[in-house]
Ligand binder design. Sequence first.
Ligand SMILES: *Cc1c(COP(=O)(O)O)cnc(C)c1O
Length: 454
Amino acid sequence: MRENDFHNAQRLIERDKACLWHPFTPMKQWLEGGEEPGRVIVAGEGFELIDARGRRFIDGFGSLWCNLHGHRVAEIDEAVRSQLNRIAHSTLLGHASPPSIELAERLVRLSPAGLEKVFYSDSGATAVEVALKMAYQFYRNRGQTNRRRFLALGQSYHGDTIGSVSLGGIDTFHSIFQPLLFPATFVDSPNPYHHPAGRRAGEVVLQQADEALAAAAGEYCAVIVEPLVQGAAGILTHPPGFLKGLRELTKKHDVLLIADEVATGFCATGRLFACEHEGVSPDLMCLGKRLTGGYLPVAATLATQEIFDAFYGEISEGRTFYHGHTFTGNALGCAAAVASIDRIESTGLVEKLPEKVRLVSRRLAELKDHPHVGDVRQCGLMIGIELVADRETKKPFNPLDRIGAKVCLAARKRGAIIRPLGDVVVLMPAPAMDHDTLDTLLTITIETIHEYFA
Ligand SMILES: *Cc1c(COP(=O)(O)O)cnc(C)c1O
């Protein structure tokens, strides 16, 4: 049995290597790698992933930040099956469908006040594209043709399409495409560990944004932000009050605020949405990742009535938003999302988050004095442990040594699948993860770091 499993796993990885090209993956290293633990995932159960050899791992990265209630959740499985008995997909272009209606109602009810309309797409990147195009056309439709600028934070990540990359600031991913991008204005990321102003980074960056918006008054469409924390940059947390400050600035300069809640939305920060922590209502909000509980690719861009109204008029007025994707509002995905929201409510998940967040903080404190841990960042259940060559000087490791990747591989051998961002070890447990599993995940991570540098 074990031998069969082994050959089966070997065979699968060989077939993979023959014809797949993996995302965000250096393919030479993939092809040269062996059948490492957890490489071929064949099943999941609760908060565990099961590989082709039957080994079980804690899903410590929420299957790339989208898992919410665990895997094979009975209610969500059933909702998808029951929708499958009716129809898998029908278009929203000129037609309507019950699951997309139900989900839109729920999103409007749950999201920050003022967001009244739901535009569907199928990934975080497309949700951002939609927001950018809406912001631009919003002003066009109101006769303000000079507005075409966008402002973003350094080291932002908003997805991988050309529009969303234009507002991205992660050099490793984005710099090569520079000649293809539309110009955008960047201000610093206000993370206190990385910004020279430290604790004052929030004020300094807000000032920078204020000056940039004032310098080209009447030319900006929107400011886009990952509220509270820049995920892909390495869980770069923002000082308290920064988001609120940005909301005030965008009001002062009369530009739209786009909250990209693709990573933070649906319980990751300790609340349903990150914007709630600072009582902020954005003009546009992008949702993806956990929207369907991590089951299917559905994303949404929520807009205010004011934005919607600017697109409303006679055909001859040319106000229509001509944008859409074939699988927009997919019925299976929307049914999964509705079931996921039902489960958030029926399990009282939001009320249970603070205790999980406290458990994480308590455990992470064990790493605070480690000589190779430069910074431990936490925003709810989004966790980044930054490994450095020297804690005192903050000197990083040589990126070519791939220390972060090696530590994560070592964690896999101890039974948890996690993924680094450079030398930041990232944990993104499903928000519904039980205390025991969460505690084990942290134990594995902490012990792996101690052992690696022993
Ligand atoms: C993951 C992510 C995206 C992109 O989502 P995809 O579904 O991968 O296109 C956009 N914004 C943020 C903040 C993200 O973390």
